[in-house]
Design a protein around this ligand. Structure first.
Ligand SMILES: [Zn+2]
Length: 242
């Protein structure tokens, strides 16, 4: 009886934890999903309401003018609930849970912004990295985790910087910077996770291109960040659970 009660209590707490985070993520996506050179969005597209709180519900529509803004309806909520739910279920607690909730949230926002406007804003990348480092700091942890995280971040960013030079700018600077939190967050657990995430992410992206060709849709620039985020969350969650 006590076990059932405490389990229910824990589920309610975990659910509340997820619900509290998601509207803020929707706001962050809508705020940053704008074309380069444009000011960050603070109001809905008809300027009738402030984004917060009018356009932060799961439908992605402004309550005043019904215009759709930011992430696709319900997708962000579903993915965030799944990712954070699995993180909680994986047994992460305390500072580790806080750090990886921050990291997951940052990654999701970046992934959805990249999918919408093919951008990975530096301010989001920097905030994701800094917050993760700061929240992991009280945990201490073995020096090997920190080295693994730092080296994974540096190697991955170096790899993308080189790709950018070789491709003569085809790969955006946002992607290069984005490699830092990708490498750090995955590498803190194991540098091999960072490598696995990149391999899986690029495979997904390639599958996306093939899928477009097969279905006869026109080819368009690829949101590499979105594919990397999907791969990364899958790889880290599977690692934490197994
Ligand atoms: Zn509106």
């Amino acid at each position: 009886m006590t076990t059932t009660a405490s389990r229910t209590q824990r589920r309610v707490r975990d659910g509340a934890y997820i619900l509290a985070v998601v509207p803020l993520l929707r706001w962050l996506v809508a705020h940053h999903a704008v074309a380069p050179g444009t000011a960050w969005r603070t109001r809905c597209d008809t300027y009738s309401s402030l984004l917060w709180p009018a356009a932060c519900g799961p439908s992605g529509r402004c309550r005043t003018c019904q215009a759709r803004i930011g992430a696709s309806p319900y997708w962000l909520e579903a993915v965030a609930a799944l990712a954070i739910g699995l993180l909680v279920a994986s047994g992460a607690r305390g500072w580790e849970l806080a750090a990886y909730t921050w990291w997951t949230a940052g990654m999701l926002v970046l992934g959805f912004v990249d999918a919408a406007v093919l951008r990975l804003p530096h301010r989001l990348t920097a905030a994701t990295t800094a917050g993760t480092v700061v929240l992991l700091a009280p945990l201490g942890g073995p020096a090997s985790s920190w080295w693994s995280a730092a080296i994974s971040a540096a190697v991955l960013a170096g790899f993308y910087a080189l790709t950018r030079i070789i491709s003569r700018g085809d790969l955006g600077l946002g992607d290069v910077a984005f490699a830092v939190p990708v490498g750090f967050g995955a590498g803190w657990y194991d540098w091999r996770l960072a490598v696995a995430a990149v391999v899986v992410g690029h495979t997904l992206a390639a599958a996306g291109i093939v899928g477009r060709r097969i279905t006869g849709r026109p080819s368009s620039p690829l949101p590499l960040g979105t594919y990397l985020v999907a791969a990364l969350l899958a790889v880290v969650v599977v690692h934490r659970i197994t």
